[in-house]
Design a protein around this ligand. Structure first.
Ligand SMILES: O=C(O)Cc1cc(O)ccc1O
Ligand SMILES: [Fe+2]
Length: 467
């Protein structure tokens, strides 16, 4: 067995859900099981010998399965970015797809989307949007708040809020417009995918690559998440440069599910997001019928609490790029289509330093969310489930309270505990949607948080401590 190649054999791994999952919980068959490593070539089978050995397309596959390739990159992409998997399934995906009809996309939007034309520019922040009362599934609960770039040309991103108050029952979804980075914020979410079952809780994220079919279930109540839709090339790990081979997000902590399948023949619905619209196809069975698969194009999860931050151990506040979990690069080196950055628990030890984020203007556009705890630059008004947008070149930085505390406090080592904020940072301006602009949670007075930053300048008093 090659070191980066996983062959997971299990006697039977069928996706069970709802009541049947509960009844059989003791049998471990339901527990999501994973293989470790980022970007590996994995192989996994839910029935013994379902995977052909040493070839992809035998004349006949074992168990009467169909072989099918899913290409996440052009065939000819360079080795480092070449992504594809081979799926051995009960039916080919053409049988999970009939005629499509357009359906209501509710609050789902796609770039380019210029619903912000009448909204003045400005720094923006929203309080958490309450969980809706109505029963909505993953597909109905995606509410776009910003879009950037152009999905058709495969550049840019969208930031969505996600509210899930009901499981998808005989309903499935895939997104042709981009890969989905799902950041759990409240309660767990179970994603039953073509490749196997992934479960995430607040503090964890998962990536569903473009085109992968899945449905979602609830585990412990209505779930809320943030979602970044990446229209461009896939997220990957950033180069660590002089940091070396370890720390930040370590590859072994990324987890990909083992194969699991449904052999379920009931009228079902397949929803597809394609070209910014939502389509529905009625099908006669579950499309999650992949009994075995191998390759490097597959969903995965990551626990953000495994991120090992590296920071200033003497003085000054480094650029937040040191906290990049994953990056979706563009063709221009160092200029990401999207950087996914976190602000986790960590020690602050820098001496003679203004420790919170500095005041800042940025060519990149910064969408931020708070999973739990307090963000050091914004102790007031930025609450878990809330979000903010500091767009291209718009100034921002610590609020008055953070400035006062950080400028005057004793600089002994301090641990920021129980906190997890994140940023979707993109090279493109982010356009807010009408939905976001009309939310009552939009904080009209956000910019007042900088009101009390008074002039301290005095040409006759050089010593800042002498006042
Ligand atoms: O709060 C922000 O705006 C994000 C951010 C964090 C940081 O540590 C440095 C710069 C920056 O933009
Ligand atoms: Fe910033």
């Amino acid at each position: 067995m090659q070191p980066i190649c996983h062959r997971i054999r299990s006697t039977s791994n069928q996706i069970l859900s709802g009541a049947s999952a509960g009844r059989r919980e003791g049998r471990s068959i339901m527990a999501a099981r994973y293989m470790s490593g980022f970007g590996n070539s994995f192989e996994t089978e839910a029935l013994p010998d379902a995977l052909p050995i040493g070839r992809n397309s035998p004349q006949k596959c074992n168990y009467g399965l169909y072989a099918e390739q899913l290409s996440g990159s052009p065939f000819t992409a360079p080795q480092a970015t070449n992504q594809r998997s081979w799926l051995y399934r009960i039916r080919p995906t053409v049988k999970h797809s009939g005629r499509y009809r357009k359906v209501d996309k509710r609050h789902l939007r796609t770039a380019p989307c210029r619903e912000d034309a009448d909204t003045p520019i400005g720094q923006m922040r929203w309080s958490p949007v309450p969980m809706p009362d109505e029963k909505i599934s993953f597909v109905e609960g995606l509410c776009t708040v910003t879009t950037a770039g152009d999905a058709d040309t495969q550049v840019g991103m969208a930031a969505h809020l996600l509210f899930v108050t009901r499981a998808m029952q005989d309903e499935y979804f895939f997104n042709a417009d981009g890969e989905l980075l799902i950041v759990a914020q409240e309660n767990r979410l179970r994603l039953c995918t073509e490749f196997g079952v992934i479960e995430i809780e607040p503090g964890e994220i998962c990536i569903i690559p473009r085109g992968v079919i899945f449905r979602t279930e609830l585990v412990d109540g209505p779930a809320r998440a943030y979602v970044c839709e990446n229209y461009g090339g896939a997220f990957t790990l950033p180069d660590r440069g002089p940091i070396g081979a370890n720390c930040l997000a370590n590859p072994r902590d990324f987890l990909t599910p083992v194969a699991a399948y449904e052999d379920r023949e009931v009228p079902s619905k397949l929803y597809v997001k394609w070209g910014g619209e939502l389509y529905l196809s009625e099908i006669g069975q579950s499309p999650l019928d992949v009994v075995a698969w191998h390759g490097n194009y597959a969903p995965y999860k990551y626990d953000l609490r495994h991120f090992s931050p590296v920071g200033a151990i003497s003085f000054d506040h480094p650029d937040p790029s040191i906290f990049t979990v994953m990056t979706a690069p563009s063709e221009t080196p160092g200029t990401a289509n999207i950087d996914f950055v976190i602000f986790p628990e960590r020690w602050m030890v820098a001496e003679n330093t203004f420790r919170p984020p500095w005041y800042h203007r940025n060519i990149m556009s910064e969408f931020m969310g708070l999973i739990y705890g307090v963000y050091d630059a914004k102790p007031e008004g930025f609450t878990p489930g809330g979000f903010s947008l500091h767009n291209c070149m718009l100034p921002h930085g610590p609020d008055e309270q953070a400035f006062e505390t950080a400028s005057n406090g004793e600089l002994k080592p301090v641990k920021l505990t129980g906190t997890m904020a994140f940023m979707f940072e993109t090279r493109f301006p982010q356009r807010i949607t009408r939905y976001a602009a009309d939310l009552p949670e939009l904080q009209e007075n956000y910019i007042d948080c900088w009101d009390g930053l008074n002039k301290h300048f005095d040409p006759d008093r050089k010593d800042p401590w002498d006042r």
